[in-house]
Design a protein around this ligand. Structure first.
Ligand code: BES
Ligand code: ZN
Ligand code: ZN
Length: 501
């Protein structure tokens, strides 16, 4: 992957094929302008004064320096209105410039800091650059583009090591996001549950972590009725992956528990889905991919926290051995569930994983991620994830972080009334609650499998991949998005800071 570096700006000396300079809308000057060759500066200045370049958000223009100065070309990049500029704008603008730079077929370039220097800016610019350069070309003979950008330097007005380390961490986080995208994008024929498990095992080896993969027989013996039931219909047997990262010096410190839905392909089972867009159900494993990626990031940064990741993985297929509507399943925590729709399989596997994770690891908090309901997309669209949970404080922390990371999240309520909708005639609960409030009744179902531990559920059905209704940004890309990785890693980094080491 490209490495983004930071360096103290000396632009009269910086040898580079391209220097990107951000300009705010309606402004005629920019930082370090006086260090440019005077002829180059005058030409740019004239362009700005004549409003040939206005600095509107995301616009750009390339100027040749004709040998006057150490940079071959300059790209002016519109940052939009200064008052509206946020870290997310920096991420998007850095991504736009990077995509343009890639068209110029160069191997490296430099970018001047966009606005006042702080850690958030350096982080956002690094992320925008590195995320924008992602591509999934594993299955293509002709790799596009032919020339890959290998190095990008952000030029800042400080030589403080603090910013170097911010950029280094941001590189590691993006590597993890791209790891999540790479697995998420795998076609279902190349990514059965056993393959996901093998990825977790190599991760554990690479970073010296504990990993345990439970197979179908163990799951049966342990009473994980939900995972076994959903997995029954496929020739690719189910797996339960448990990956543990222990970074806190106090080994007794309670871990965060992250649980991610990994349905490697969701046909709906006997309650089969319509064929239109069914291919997109290869992304039904994205919650699990995010969990693996968060642990990868945390391990690569050696954060002083403890995290347990649990990924229940199945393929939901229709066959002679599938579970059926009408079946009553005994779950890991002893509750019985009446199956009324085999397409509501995500909650069946998450339920066992949550209950098992909580009794086994006594976590201080639990967060689950899942492409759980089409209803979440109906409620909030394809750019915002739905958050439901039992702990206001944890929800608010995630919400605040999500404003910064640009991974938008919005809370839906979990009033008692929603529990009425999943009461069953024949069992303790049923696995569907009807169309009204479908994203919330799914969460109400999950709440039956968590005790009083702080718990937050994030429904990423709309945001896990680029789909109809996804707002195109420079740094997202067709396919899996790795949604949630950056926000959860930030949460754990925040936690690390609060703890005495
Ligand atoms: N994986 C789907 C949810 C989904 C649908 C995610 C579309 C992204 C886009 C999930 O397993 C599912 O099929 N849910 C059903 C639940 C229903 C049967 C209660 C749904 O949302 O229709
Ligand atoms: Zn389904
Ligand atoms: Zn599903």
């Amino acid at each position: 992957m490209v490495q983004v570096k930071v360096e103290k700006a000396k632009i009269d000396q910086k040898q580079t094929p391209l220097l990107v300079i951000g300009v705010f809308e309606g402004e005629q000057d920019f930082p370090h302008s006086k260090e440019l060759d005077s002829a180059v500066y005058s030409s740019i200045r004239e362009m700005l004064e004549n409003k040939e370049f206005r600095g509107t958000f995301g616009s750009s223009i390339v100027v040749y320096t004709l040998g006057k100065g150490p940079m071959k070309k300059i790209m002016l990049l519109g940052l939009g209105k200064r008052e509206k500029f946020t870290n997310e704008s920096a991420r998007i603008c850095a991504g736009k410039a990077t995509r343009k730079a890639r068209e110029l077929e160069i191997k490296e370039f430099s970018m001047l800091q966009f606005s006042n220097l702080d850690e958030g800016l350096v982080e956002a610019m690094t992320e925008g650059i590195a995320l924008a350069l992602y591509s999934f070309d594993k299955y293509k003979e002709a790799k596009v583009p032919a020339t890959k950008i290998e190095e990008v330097t952000i030029l800042i007005n400080s030589d403080s090591l603090r910013f170097q380390s911010v950029a280094e961490k941001a590189n590691l986080i993006v590597e993890a996001v791209n790891f999540a995208r790479d697995i998420g994008n795998l076609p279902p024929n190349d990514c059965p549950p056993a393959h996901l498990a093998s990825i977790a095992v190599s991760l554990a080896q690479d970073y010296g972590m504990n990993v345990r993969v439970m197979d179908r027989y163990e799951l049966e013996n342990m009473g994980m009725g939900g995972i076994v039931a959903v997995g029954k219909g496929s020739n690719n047997p189910p797996k339960l992956i448990v990956l543990e990262y222990t970074g806190a010096s106090d080994l007794q410190q309670k871990p965060y528990l992250l649980v991610g839905k990994a349905v490697t392909f969701d046909t709906g089972g006997i309650s089969i889905k319509p064929s239109e867009k069914m291919d997109e159900m290869k992304f039904d494993k994205c919650g699990g991919c995010t969990v693996l990626a968060v642990i990868r990031a945390v391990a690569s940064m050696k954060l002083a926290v403890n995290v347990v990741g649990i990924v229940p993985s199945v393929e939901n297929m229709p066959s002679a051995t599938s579970y059926r509507p009408g079946d009553i399943i005994r779950m890991y925590n002893g509750k019985s569930v009446e199956v009324l729709n085999t397409d509501a399989e995500g909650r069946m596997i998450l339920a066992d994983a949550l209950a098992y994770g909580i009794v086994t690891h006594s976590p201080k908090a639990v967060i689950d991620l899942a492409t759980l309901t089409g209803a979440a997309v109906i409620a909030l669209g394809a750019n915002v994830a739905a958050v439901v949970g039992s702990n206001k404080q944890l929800i608010d922390r995630l919400r605040k972080l999500s404003d910064k990371t640009g991974e938008k999240m919005w809370e839906l309520p979990l009033y008692d009334e929603y529990h009425e909708q999943i009461k069953s005639t024949y069992a303790d609960i049923k696995n569907i609650g009807g169309r009204p409030g479908g994203a919330i009744t799914a969460a109400a179902f999950l709440s039956n499998f968590v005790n009083d531990v702080p718990w937050v559920h994030i429904d990423i059905a709309g945001t896990a991949w680029m789909q109809e209704g996804t707002h195109e940004k420079s740094y997202n890309h067709k396919g899996a998005s790795g949604f949630g990785v950056r926000t959860l890693v930030k949460l754990l980094m925040e936690d690390e800071k609060q703890l005495p080491t």
